[in-house]
Write a protein that binds this ligand. Structure first.
Ligand code: HEM
Length: 406
């Protein structure tokens, strides 16, 4: 079983939520519960040279801040790493860190690449890939689910969406791993910077080719679309390709491995799923709530705003903890129960409002494909070693999940 120490509420003041080790080595369930009940908008003190920041933990506060992009901007960064550094170099260019009219224009373009027609072939391939990978690991009697199955599905899917040739996909997987999360606590800033540059350089070359000969893939849509008679700049094209690969790869693959661990830890739910007692769509939503792959996003206040009884000042950083909001007792009956038949599931795993996850349909399709494959190909699943948690203050899940499968 995963060994993370259960942190006590009395330790909250000593926990550095910006430190990846805090999340990899501690179970913060009781700390979140205490914050929701007593300090729902909690002031996290500065650590070293980094500024302090607000920590919103209740579903209603998290949702209201996500929704309000007039008073809370993403343009100074939308995750702790960039917010604490004082900004994101892609602000005003990459959709996730752009607000206002430009955000809406870029989002409208990208939605074309996410239309049901554009996605039908992508989803068909996703289902085939998932079945094939599951068949292989079941035939072998098991293996590392995170590495051998989950790592391959989302990247293959986004690469289909972007029209990335199969010969380039292994390099992209390596760069993506290095750019967004770390398998250990010691990854250097230089490694991360290099991986990001490799991804950007790769997409620039691809986008130039697609601008000359566009297809129907997302790179072509970005490279050839016009806004008010003008194409997107190469910087906009490239950073938004990057945002798709980073936004959609690791989140989905972590949710898949965490789904398998959830089944191992809740045999009654595995049995219910196998017996066909649960709707796929309900099961997918509960897996998203339970696993919450993206623990937080963040904003900067543009004016003084009162939230949860605290005065947030203009310029303050506010972090929104999805993993706490997804266990909020005020919203989810029996929130600590993994219940695949839960209905009216208002989880906030894809965010909310103007920046609601653009890839939500694909993320859901990926989990559905995994569930369907597990039901048809797997009878029993059990742990065969200790899972290894990733080191990240943004994402939650495992880089290794050794399992027996039959
Ligand atoms: C935005 C989570 C899958 C692309 C977001 C946000 C969340 C999220 C919480 C909101 C960020 C914010 O408000 O600052 C997830 C989870 C996923 C997933 C948990 C899988 C289980 C995907 C996939 C793609 C994708 C598959 C693309 C192929 C994006 C993009 C945005 C976004 C482009 C920015 C949207 C905007 O700013 O308008 N995602 N995501 N995501 N996601 Fe996802």
């Amino acid at each position: 079983m995963p060994t993370r120490t259960l942190a006590k509420p009395s330790e909250a003041g000593n926990l550095n939520l910006a430190d990846p080790r805090t999340h990899a080595e501690n179970d913060l369930t009781e700390v979140w519960r205490w914050m929701r009940a007593t300090e729902p908008v909690y002031w996290h003190p500065p650590v070293g040279a980094a500024p302090g920041f607000w920590v919103a933990t209740r579903h209603r506060d998290v949702a209201s801040i996500y929704f309000d992009n007039k008073r809370f901007t993403s343009e100074k960064g939308n995750v702790l790493s960039t917010l604490l550094q004082g900004g994101d170099s892609a602000a005003g260019v990459m959709m996730a860190v752009t607000d206002g009219r430009r955000h809406a224009e870029i989002r409208r373009i990208l939605l074309r690449a996410f239309s049901p027609r554009a996605l039908s072939g992508v989803v068909e391939n996703l289902e085939k890939t998932t079945q094939g990978l599951l068949q292989d690991i079941v035939s072998a009697g098991g293996g590392d689910f995170a590495d051998e199955v989950a790592a391959h599905i989302p990247l293959a899917t986004i690469c289909d969406l972007l029209g990335v040739p199969s010969s380039d996909r292994a390099s992209l997987l390596e760069w993506t791993k290095a750019a967004l999360s770390a398998e250990g606590p010691d990854q250097s800033a230089a490694d991360i910077w290099q991986a990001r540059n490799d991804i950007l350089g790769y997409f620039e070359t691809l986008a130039r080719q697609r601008r000359r000969r566009p297809g129907t893939d997302a790179v072509s849509v970005l490279a050839s679309s016009m806004v008010n008679g003008r194409p997107l700049s190469m910087e906009e094209v490239v950073s938004n390709c990057y945002s798709l690969i980073l936004g959609g790869d690791e989140t989905s693959r972590l949710s898949m491995s965490s789904a398998v661990l959830a089944f191992i830890e809740h045999p009654d739910q595995w049995a219910a799923w196998k017996r066909g007692e649960v709707e796929t769509s309900d099961a997918v939503e509960e897996i998203l709530r339970w696993t919450t792959p993206a623990m937080h996003f963040g904003r900067t206040a543009l004016e003084d705003v009162e939230v949860g009884g605290r005065l947030i000042r203009a310029g303050d950083i506010v972090t929104l903890w999805n993993n706490s909001a997804n266990r909020d007792e005020e919203v989810f009956p029996d929130p600590f129960r993994f219940d695949l038949s839960r209905s009216g599931n208002k989880h906030i795993s894809f965010g909310y409002g103007p920046h609601f996850c653009l890839g939500a349909y694909l993320g859901r399709a990926e989990i559905a494909a995994l569930l369907t494959g597990l039901r048809s190909l797997v009878t029993e699943v059990e742990l065969n070693g200790r899972p290894r948690w990733i080191y990240s203050n943004l994402l939650s899940g495992m880089s290794s999940l050794p399992v027996h499968l039959s």
